[in-house]
Design a binder for this molecule. Structure first.
Ligand code: GDP
Ligand code: MG
Length: 597
């Protein structure tokens, strides 16, 4: 179809504001999916995503829509809804000309709404504001409209009231997409430039890259080059994205499509890269490409040492469709041989852990997450350290830098006090406090990422009774007075429990670590001394008293099946234990630092 009849758009929404549900309605009305195979939330097609109700990976889908007797092609580019994937969001947004801004009529504007909206405005997207879930009894559409007007400076008449559940407003949204969002601009006869905004791994076809044709056009059989990786391929298949892939001879300027070209690993396809022709290359790549770097690291160790090679194979398979996962072998005196994995953020880490368990049946121990540190020696040279136990001897260190984030917290004025206390305890620096509308306020903080990866979300949620939303981006590295805190069990340092912490907090942190470990390490047949140390100096100590316990004693003989169950349960418990010296340590002890009060 001609460029003037194409509309490329995405949906911006805070998690749970109804993005997927509304997308379903659009697909239904445009008959992109038939009633029979209409599944709830077809866009979230990974099991894990469905269960979590969030979209982890972006996808795209094309709809045909007839408006006032004219045929339009609407490309909906789905964006991931979590801070960990904000670079991917930015590339998806860069492929669009417009965005639906969805705000839950009962919840109002949240942190994610604003950060993604800013990204869309930066790319000059036309914004269609929508107050969603208007069917809810608790809906406050007038108030939420006020918030949107304050934020966007739009007219009340521009805002569409909708419900993905009842279908209210969905027709109006479709006509607004055609009427308000501009058609793509680009030179159909210029040298080829396709912006890659996503890729997926398919075990039969290899890597499939999703792109928007910014200039020129791409045809089956073309020789192409990916400009950042400098790899060259034949376009074995190109096409557009319906519910599945729909091959075409050519994907034209302005349209969204996919390419299959025999690419084996996800590393070769980088989100944000530009595809061009070999024989008539574009003079330059599309702006905005970045290498995504993992920011959060953790050790992943098999419980059974002989599973090491299996674990490697599983991580390699995961990496095929998730290039942002990194791993390299490491060994720990406490845990044996394993891998230091790099993740985009905490959610990404959880996803990988869960997939290792579910898809590969890997029984692993994961250590406390930490960020990457820049360690400068006295001669001024810098090494990046991804593991606290890999820190050089303190006498060789000149100073250490850690990553900082710029964070936005949106909440009700009633919670400002407790949230400020929390952020202060996390070494936060208040940058700005701004009233949004009514009693809603946005707090902008600079915080060390290392403090966020440790139990920040949960605390924020509980002190604000759920009425605070949080979003962030990495800003820079800053020098900090960090020290390595070691934990010793019966005199032996457990390297997997070492953390880097700020000097001023080290004392109280060490004490709380010892207390928590005392709770988590079960009594054994001898006393266990738990100590926290900085260098050679012991700063805290607790003891787990010895006990001789027969677990079946309390079953009073009689009930055999109950007895057996108890023994089996104990065996289960054993499996998740790791022997460290003479002490058996449960998996949850390695995450003790996440559970400190
Ligand atoms: P997403 O995280 O933005 O993709 O949100 P979902 O589409 O997954 O919706 C989150 C939750 O809100 C689900 O339980 C939906 O059933 C519910 N929901 C979505 N849209 C509506 C709506 O218009 N009205 C009502 N009452 N509930 C909705
Ligand atoms: Mg969703």
């Amino acid at each position: 179809s001609p460029m003037k009849n194409i509309r490329n758009f995405c949906i911006i929404a805070h998690i749970d504001h109804g993005k997927s549900t509304l997308a379903d309605r659009l697909l239904e009305i445009t008959q992109t999916v038939s009633g029979k195979d209409l599944q709830d939330q077809v866009l979230d097609n990974m099991d894990l995503e469905r269960e979590r109700g969030i979209t982890i990976k972006s996808h795209a889908i094309q709809m045909n829509y007839s408006y006032k007797g004219e045929q339009f092609v609407l490309n909906l580019i789905d964006t991931p809804g979590h801070v960990d994937f904000s670079y991917e969001v930015s590339r998806s947004i860069a492929a669009c000309e417009g965005a639906l801004l969805i705000v839950d009529a009962a919840q109002g504007i949240q942190a994610q709404t604003i950060s993604n909206l800013y990204m869309a405005l930066e790319h000059d997207l036309e914004i269609i504001p929508i107050v969603n879930k208007c069917d809810l009894p608790s809906a406050m559409p007038d108030e939420v409209e006020d918030q949107i007007i304050d934020l966007l400076g739009c007219d009340r008449a521009d805002i569409i009231r909708a419900s993905g559940k009842t279908g209210l407003g969905v027709d109006e949204i479709l006509s607004a997409i055609v009427e308000r969002i501009p058609a793509p601009v680009g030179d159909p006869n210029g040298p080829l430039q396709c912006l890659i905004f996503d890729s997926v791994f398919n075990s039969f076809r290899g890597i499939i890259a999703y792109f928007k044709v910014v200039n020129g056009s791409i045809s089956k059989g073309d020789r192409v080059k990916f400009m950042a990786t400098e790899c060259e391929y034949d376009a074995d298949e190109v096409g557009v994205l319906k519910l599945g892939m729909s091959p075409r001879n050519t994907v034209n300027c302005g349209d969204v499509g996919y390419i299959i070209s025999g690419i084996k690993t996800s590393k070769e396809v980088k989100v944000g890269d530009t595809i061009t022709h070999i024989n008539r290359p574009a003079p330059e790549a599309i702006a905005g490409f970045e290498e995504v770097k993992p920011m959060v690291f953790a050790g992943v160790y098999p419980i059974e040492t002989e599973d090491f090679e299996n674990l490697r194979a599983s991580l390699e398979k995961l990496q095929l469709n998730d290039a942002s996962l990194t791993f390299q072998p490491e060994s720990s005196a406490a845990l044996g041989f394993g891998f230091r994995c790099g993740f985009l953020g905490l959610l990404h880490m959880e996803i990988i852990q869960e997939r290792l368990d579910r898809e590969f049946g890997m029984n692993v121990i994961t250590t406390v997450p930490n960020v990457s540190y820049k360690v400068y020696d006295k001669k001024g040279s810098c090494t990046e350290v991804h593991n606290p136990s890999g820190l050089p001897d303190p006498t060789l260190i000149d100073h250490i830098e850690e990553p900082y984030i710029r964070a936005s917290v949106i909440t009700n004025t009633a919670f400002i006090g407790p949230i400020m206390t929390l952020c202060l305890g996390k070494r936060g620096i208040l940058i700005k406090q701004e009233y949004i509308h009514g009693d809603r306020v946005e707090l902008i903080y600079d915080l060390p990422l290392g403090e966020i990866v440790i139990d920040f979300y949960d605390k924020l949620k509980s002190i604000s009774k759920g009425y605070a939303s949080f979003d962030y981006h990495i800003s820079d590295f800053r020098p900090s007075k960090l020290v390595k805190l070691d934990i010793l069990l019966n005199g032996e340092t457990v390297d997997a429990l070492s953390t880097l912490t700020h000097f001023d907090n080290a004392q109280s942190f060490g004490r709380r670590m010892c207390e928590k470990l005392k709770e988590l390490i079960p009594r054994q047949q001898f006393d266990i001394a738990i100590q926290a140390a900085i260098g050679a100096k012991i700063i805290a100590r607790e003891t787990v008293k010895a006990v001789r316990k027969d677990v079946t004693a309390k079953c009073y003989g009689g009930d055999i099946s109950r007895k057996r169950k108890l023994l089996e349960k104990q065996k289960e418990g054993k499996k998740r234990m790791k022997q460290i010296g003479s002490v058996e340590v449960p998996q949850k002890a390695f995450l003790a630092v996440l559970k400190l009060d």
